[in-house]
Design a protein around this ligand. Structure first.
Ligand code: HEC
Length: 116
């Protein structure tokens, strides 16, 4: 019985965290679209800017670094030579509150998990 209860709690916790991650990514997508990031970043083709999947691949396991980059506290690592095109865009998200900044990061990183 004890094992069942522990098992159930663990799976509930797991499901909740997957669910929370989903909500966060959804919010991140809304911000990504509302701030006009989609103009230069497509899902999986590099256009004016690198695609979301290129960015996600570059930042896999480096969610903290991506968060710092978006806050303007870390240098570009994907295509630094073209950073002057991207740098002014960061102004658009400077006023985001922490949870929204986190959601944007989650959305971009989770491009790795999306089939597109
Ligand atoms: C005018 C086109 C343009 C828009 C709009 C734009 N970007 Fe970019 N972005 C670029 C280019 C070009 C690069 C490649 C240079 C670089 O890597 O810094 C880039 C790179 C990036 C990177 C990778 C940074 C790295 O480490 O190299 C991230 C993350 C990013 N953009 C997020 C965003 C977000 C979030 C928005 C919306 C607020 C946005 N971009 C809007 C052109 C754009």
């Amino acid at each position: 019985m004890k094992k069942i209860i522990v098992g159930l709690s663990v799976s509930t916790l797991f499901l909740c965290s997957v669910w929370a991650q989903d909500i966060s990514a959804k919010r991140g997508q809304e911000i990504f679209e509302a701030k006009g990031c989609v103009a230069c970043h497509k899902d999986n083709v590099d256009t004016i800017g690198p695609s979301l999947s290129t960015i996600a691949r570059g930042y896999i396991g480096k969610e903290k670094e991506l968060l710092s980059y978006l806050r303007g506290q870390a240098p570009a690592i994907i295509d630094p030579a073209r950073a002057p095109v991207m740098d002014p865009q960061l102004v658009k998200i400077r006023t985001l509150f922490d949870p929204d900044m986190q959601a944007l990061t989650t959305y971009m990183i989770s491009a790795n998990d999306r089939p597109f």
